[in-house]
Ligand binder design. Sequence first.
Ligand SMILES: Cc1cc2nc3c(=O)[nH]c(=O)nc-3n(C[C@H](O)[C@H](O)[C@H](O)COP(=O)(O)OP(=O)(O)OC[C@H]3O[C@@H](n4cnc5c(N)ncnc54)[C@H](O)[C@@H]3O)c2cc1C
Length: 328
Amino acid sequence: MATHEYEVVIVGAGPAGMCAGLYTGRSMLRSVVLERGFPGGELLNTEVIEDYIGFEHVLGHELATKFQAHAEKFGAEIRTSTPVEYVEKRADGRFDTKVENGDVYVSPTVIVTAGGTPIKLEVPGEIEYAGKGVSYCAICDGAFYRGHTIMVVGGGDAACEEADFLTRYAEKVYLVHRRDSFRASKIVQQRLFANPRIEVVYDTVVEEIVGKDGLMTHARIRNVKSGAASDLVATGIFIFVGFKPNTGIIRGHVEHDAAGYLITDSSMQTSVPGLFAAGDVRAQLTRQVTTAVGDATTAAIAVEKYLTARKNGAPAPRPQPMLVPAAG
Ligand SMILES: Cc1cc2nc3c(=O)[nH]c(=O)nc-3n(C[C@H](O)[C@H](O)[C@H](O)COP(=O)(O)OP(=O)(O)OC[C@H]3O[C@@H](n4cnc5c(N)ncnc54)[C@H](O)[C@@H]3O)c2cc1C
């Protein structure tokens, strides 16, 4: 077990973590990016990206490799296979970031870029057809289904809103929900029911995702009331049954929203001075590669200012309240 001292520790090497590492490296800060697996984050689960500006068509793993090379060129130190167990504020105001092998990284600032995980249906075929019909992101993958018949699974706001959104591309969208009514807000439901391209399939669960020649062809579904099984023909299935931010590593109280996403001010600082968050782990309107790297840029620059203020003996910038737009 060893102790390492850095000026900033970055947790997670997805797009946000690598971008933060690029900027802290460029600013000559002693920084390290701790990644539990390989660098890339959700890019490694994404076949093709078509909405990252400047890249009309890029493979997820290809973009991840480019991010890593670019970040390392500017001095980012990325440690792979280094899962973080916890981040905890010390009595001296710095943070301990403890990793699985027992090592502790001590730093006055931490940027959490640990992302989140879409909750899976955990049915046969879901992993096999990921990126080949199975998706967890309508904005990202909707355009691949122009003119297709697809299905959406879920009953909350996300499922209903995304079903509506997907009719921009798909000819027909089946919305499969395991209950007989939705928990989505009324206004979202009104839009859903007014959309002639959406057909709701109530009281139904997906039991298997089936395909041929590496592409999804249909889903095997079951009505939970009658017990009857049938096949629903669709070339895509968008699963919106929840998304869990990876915030369990943070010890102590940090402000978060009802779903557990970290609330930050406009400099990406959380309610704990010195603790910053960027990317999918942060409470915000949308979660994309562009927003992740945008957050990370802000966080890295804010960290530099925070450290400079500390060195000069000035009070470090404290978290500012979030500006919430007035209703109406
Ligand atoms: C299937 C799918 C398709 C998508 N397609 C697109 C698209 O086409 N265009 C687009 O713009 N966006 C797309 N997105 C969204 C985009 O991938 C994310 O918004 C982006 O990856 C967020 O980056 P991030 O760095 O915040 O988080 P992530 O990419 O989730 O990276 C987080 C990293 O933190 C690591 N980590 C987590 N916990 C720990 C720990 N305890 N210790 C160490 N490391 C840890 C993880 O291993 C991971 O590498 C897609 C998402 C999905 C799921």
